[in-house]
Design a protein around this ligand. Structure first.
Ligand code: NAD
Length: 493
C-alpha cells in the first residue's frame, strides 16, 4: 500500500445557499455549516445554510404552491425538461466530479463515473413520464368502464447520504418529477455543493420555480419529515436515522427507507481463489469501505482460509491511498474524523476479543496524510460474530475473516445478523450457488461477484434492518410505484 496526497489543489470556498421557490437564500438566522476536504481538512470546501424549521417550511410551501400546475403539465413537457436537466448535468460532469471529490473524497475516476451516470438516470426517468400506464378491468356492470389511473403523490421529500451524493439523489428526484410531483431535496451536510449543483440543474433546464427546492443543514431532514404537507419521504442513509424517520411518518403518508448493511462474502472450499480474493478486495476496499453494499465479514471454508487471507492481504497492499484528486489513487480518505475514531475503536475491540490484525489497523499519519482522515485497508483474522465488526455497519476499509465448516454453517452465520442488504458467495458449484441465493437473507445476492454495485434496470433494496423492502420502487421496472398513487374509477354512462 502506498500513500500519496501531496499537492491537494486548493480552490475558493463555495458559498452554498438554499433554493426556495425562485429565491436563493441563506438560513433565516444566517447560521452556516462548513464542509472541509477529507483529504486535507485545512481546505474549507463549502459553507451551507444551517436551515431553520421556518426555512424548511418555506421550501415545502413553495413545493405545495407549485404542485397543481406541475401535476397538470403534459407528460411530454415533463420529459423534455428532464432531458434538458440531463444535458445541463452532462455539460458540467467534470466540474461536478471535482466537487464530489473535494467534499467526500472518493477517487476522481469514481466521481467521474457517478457524474457521468447521473444524466443517464434523468434520461431514463424522462421516458417514464410518458410511459406511465393505467389498467382497465372487466366489469359486471355492462354500462360502466372500470379503470385505474396513476396520479402524483404530491410533495416528495428527498433525503440523501454523502457517499453517492449526485447519482443517488437523481434516482429519487428524477422519478418524482416524471410522475408530476414537486420536490424538496435535502442533501447531506457533507456534500452541500454537490447537492446544490443538482438542484440548480433543474432550474437552469427550465423547470418552473417551486418544482424543485433544495434546503441544507443538520436538522433540515428532521424538519422536512415532520411537515405533514410532505406526502412522501424517500430516504437513503443509516439505519439509526431511518428508524427515527419511520417512527415520525404517520398514516396517510408514504416512506421509502434504504439503510445500512453488514454484508457477508462467503468463500466455499471449491472457489477459484483468485476470483474470490478480488471479490473480497473489491467488496471491502472500494470507496474505502464507505458503501452500503461494502463487505465487512468474510466467511471462509477452513481448507482455503489461509491462502485466501494471504491473497487478500496482497491485494490490500496494491491499494494506492491518498487524495481522490490524484489520478493514481484507488482509495480515498474516510469522510471525517468520527469515521477514523470508529475504525480505531472497532479494531481495538476486535483485537481485545481475540482477533489479530494482519495488515493495516491504525490510521495513516505520515507527513502526507496528517491533515486528512486516512485509514489503510485493514484485514483481521479470527473475527467472530460477537465483534462489532461482524454485526454492525463500520463504514471503513476493514474486513474480519471467520472460518466456516461448510455451506450450512456459512448460511447460518450470514443470516445471524440484523441487516439484509447484499451478499456474495464464491463457488464453482452451481447447486451451492443456487442454495445460497435462495436461503441467504439479503435483498441482493451475487455469485462470484463483489457485493458492491447496483444496476439501474434491476430492483435494489434491503430487507430486515436494511430498509423497508421497497426494492420494486428503487431502480428497476417498477420504480414509479412509489411516486404515484393509484385511483380506481367506475365510469357510468
Ligand atoms: P445519515 O443517516 O447520517 O444521513 C443521511 C441523511 O439524513 C443526511 O442528509 C442527513 O442530514 C439526514 N438526517 C440526519 N438526521 C435526520 C433525521 N432525524 N431526520 C431526517 N433526516 C435526517 O447517513 P450518512 O452518513 O449520510 O450515509 C451513510 C449511511 O447511508 C450508511 O449507513 C449507508 O449504509 C447508508 N446508505 C445506504 C444505501 C442503500 O441504498 N441502502 C446507499 C447509500 C448509503
Amino acid at each position: 500500500m502506498t500513500s500519496r496526497i501531496q499537492e491537494v489543489p486548493q480552490r475558493p470556498v463555495a458559498e452554498v445557499l438554499n433554493r426556495i421557490g425562485g429565491e436563493r437564500r441563506p438560513a433565516g438566522d444566517g447560521a452556516t455549516l462548513e464542509r472541509r476536504n477529507p483529504a486535507d481538512a485545512r481546505w474549507l470546501v463549502s459553507t451551507a445554510p444551517q436551515s431553520t424549521a421556518d426555512d424548511v417550511a418555506d421550501a415545502v410551501t413553495a413545493a405545495v404552491e407549485a404542485a397543481d400546475a406541475w401535476a397538470a403539465t403534459a407528460p411530454g413537457k415533463r420529459a423534455e425538461l428532464l432531458e434538458a436537466a440531463a444535458r445541463v448535468l452532462a455539460a458540467r460532469a467534470d466540474e461536478i466530479a471535482d466537487d464530489i471529490v473535494a467534499e467526500m473524497g472518493k477517487p476522481i475516476s469514481a466521481a467521474r463515473m457517478e457524474a457521468g451516470r447521473t444524466p443517464k438516470n434523468l434520461e431514463l426517468y424522462a421516458a417514464e413520464a410518458i410511459r406511465l400506464t393505467g389498467v382497465t378491468y372487466p366489469s359486471d356492470d355492462a354500462g360502466a368502464l372500470v379503470y385505474s389511473e396513476r396520479t402524483p403523490v404530491g410533495v416528495v421529500g428527498v433525503i440523501t447520504p454523502w457517499n453517492f451524493p449526485l447519482n443517488l439523489a437523481s434516482r429519487k428526484i428524477g422519478p418524482a418529477l416524471a410522475a408530476g410531483n414537486t420536490v424538496v431535496f435535502k442533501p447531506s451536510p457533507m456534500t452541500p455543493r454537490t447537492g446544490e449543483r443538482l438542484g440548480e440543474a433543474f432550474l437552469e433546464a427550465g423547470f418552473p420555480t417551486g418544482v424543485v427546492n433544495t434546503v441544507h443543514g443538520d436538522a433540515a431532514g428532521a424538519h422536512l419529515v415532520a411537515d405533514e404537507r410532505v406526502t412522501a419521504v424517500t430516504f437513503t442513509g443509516s439505519t439509526a436515522v431511518g428508524r427515527r424517520i419511520h417512527d415520525a411518518i404517520n398514516l396517510g403518508r408514504r416512506v421509502q427507507l434504504e439503510l445500512g448493511g453488514n454484508n457477508p462474502v462467503v468463500v466455499l472450499a471449491d472457489a477459484d481463489l483468485e476470483v474470490a480474493a478480488n471479490v473480497v478486495a473489491r467488496s471491502s476496499f472500494t470507496m474505502a469501505g464507505q458503501a452500503c453494499t461494502a463487505a465487512g465479514r468474510i466467511l471462509v471454508a477452513e481448507s482455503v482460509h489461509d491462502e485466501l487471507l494471504e491473497r487478500v492481504v496482497e491485494l490490500a497492499g496494491t491499494q494506492v491511498v491518498g487524495s481522490g484528486h490524484r489520478a493514481e489513487v484507488t482509495m480515498g480518505p474516510l469522510v471525517d474524523e468520527r469515521a477514523v475514531v470508529a475504525m480505531d475503536s472497532t479494531i481495538a475491540a476486535a483485537v481485545a476479543a481475540g482477533a489479530e490484525v494482519v495488515t493495516g489497523g491504525t490510521r495513516l499519519s505520515t507527513a502526507d496524510t496528517e491533515h486528512g482522515w486516512f485509514y489503510p485497508p485493514t484485514v483481521l483474522r479470527d473475527a467472530d460474530p460477537t465483534m462489532a465488526l461482524s454485526c454492525q455497519e463500520v463504514f471503513g476499509p476493514v474486513v474480519g475473516f471467520e472460518k466456516i465448516a461448510d455451506l450450512d454453517a456459512a448460511l447460518a452465520r450470514a443470516n445471524d445478523n440484523e441487516y439484509g442488504l447484499t451478499s456474495s458467495v464464491c463457488t464453482r458449484d452451481l447447486a451451492s450457488a443456487m442454495r445460497f441465493a435462495r436461503s441467504v437473507e439479503a435483498g441482493t445476492v451475487r455469485v462470484n461477484r463483489p457485493t458492491v454495485g447496483a444496476a439501474f434496470n434491476a430492483p435494489f433494496g434491503g430487507i430486515k434492518a436494511s430498509g423497508t423492502g421497497t426494492h420494486r420502487e428503487q431502480l428497476g421496472p417498477t420504480v414509479m410505484d412509489f411516486y404515484t398513487s393509484l385511483r380506481t374509477v367506475f365510469l357510468g354512462g
